[in-house]
Design a protein around this ligand. Structure first.
Ligand code: GLO
Ligand code: MG
Length: 344
């Protein structure tokens, strides 16, 4: 039972296992081979960084970039897949070392704005309107290194320039409070949607909420999602899990907090998320110890957990819950939830 939900992930979610303390532990899998895995794992859409779609794009002219992106569109279509979004990967390029949109160096900001336009060209060729901005290095390692007021204004200018470059695209800001920077700009969906309202076209700017990022900000992911959903601004999600306040773990959905995962599925279901036509993205990573031939299980497992929890949401004894709420007997409500999740 997929219950109308459609799922997506990015090629980076099948990875070689390198971490800051050690090299890769699994061989690379070509993009073509990864594409063949999507449908088998139960996924319908691909999330792209701009340079996942067009490798080495920095060396290519805009016309050549569009051509290669069109070839990529054909390649995914031949696997029965569509593109969900394209995200400008500013954080791996030397010009983006100190952030792109918020870099102190005007040349770096110019580069970032140009790169964002190429990213939009790629999205058009891939036939998706959604651009995701994960603002990886838009923040500081040391507070005094930037003027944050100026930085937020530059960021808004960049968002506006993107909206003006193409009047159909939508921008989903993916907030994250830290990592790789010590403190990131736009740490929560509240910040993201406030920026959206100040943009030149507020209805085309929304958010992508990632479970782990909300948890790192000390916030409840399902309430963060509810905030965006209440305004029709949840353009995508990155479901995963996170075991406390540490590095961004991208654990399988539900692996650390099954009840928290239940509540995320519940809020999507309350909003009838599938009717928005949006995808459920799973931004999960295999554990480093996982052997190569089984280093894709985290994706199928996360989807399976989502669907099992969807069943739990749909079979939740709502009438009994309403009685508990009316009586303000929240202890009874708590037990009802726990018993339902544990099964009888
Ligand atoms: C990292 C982010 C990252 C983004 C991806 C899409 O913490 O979650 O995986 O989601 O690069 O922009
Ligand atoms: Mg993410």
């Amino acid at each position: 039972m997929a219950g109308d939900y459609r799922f997506s992930f990015g090629p980076w979610n099948i990875h070689e296992g390198a971490d800051p303390f050690g090299p890769t532990v699994r061989p690379s899998i070509s993009f073509a081979r990864k594409l063949k895995m999507y449908k088998k794992l139960g996924f319908d859409a691909v999330q792209f960084h701009d340079d996942d779609a067009v490798p080495d794009m920095e060396k290519l002219t805009p016309a050549k970039i569009r051509k290669e992106a069109a070839a990529m569109k054909k390649m995914i279509a031949s696997e029965g897949l569509v593109a969900e979004f394209v995200a400008p990967r500013l954080w791996e390029h030397p010009q983006g070392i100190d952030g792109g949109f918020t870099a102190n160096d005007p040349a770096c900001r110019k580069w970032a704005n140009e790169r964002a336009k190429r990213c939009i060209d790629i999205a058009n060729a891939l036939d998706t309107r959604l651009i995701v901005l994960w603002l990886a290095r838009e923040g500081t390692y040391i507070r005094e290194s930037k003027n944050a007021i100026e930085a937020y204004r530059w960021l808004l200018e960049s968002i506006n320039a993107m909206l003006e470059y193409d009047d159909k695209i939508e921008i989903a800001i993916e907030p994250k409070p830290n990592e790789p920077t010590d403190m990131a700009y736009v740490p929560t969906i509240g910040h993201a949607l406030a920026m959206a309202q100040h943009s030149v076209d507020p209805k085309r700017v929304g958010g992508l909420i990632e479970t782990a990022h909300a948890l790192l900000a000390g916030l409840d992911p399902s309430d963060e999602m509810a905030f965006a959903l209440s305004m029709g601004k949840l353009f995508s999600v990155h479901l995963n899990d996170q075991n406390g306040l540490k590095f961004d773990q991208d654990k399988s959905f539900g692996a650390a907090n099954l009840r928290g995962a239940f509540n995320q599925v519940r809020v999507l279901e309350l909003a009838d998320y599938p009717s928005t036509g949006r995808f459920v993205g799973l931004d999960v990573k295999a554990m480093r110890t996982q052997k190569a031939d089984v280093a894709h299980k985290h994706l199928a497992n996360s989807r399976a957990v989502f669907l099992r929890l969807l069943e739990k949401v749909r079979t939740f004894p709502n009438e009994i819950a309403q009685d508990c709420i009316a009586a303000r007997d929240y202890e009874a409500l708590e037990m009802l939830v726990l018993e339902h999740l544990m099964g009888s």
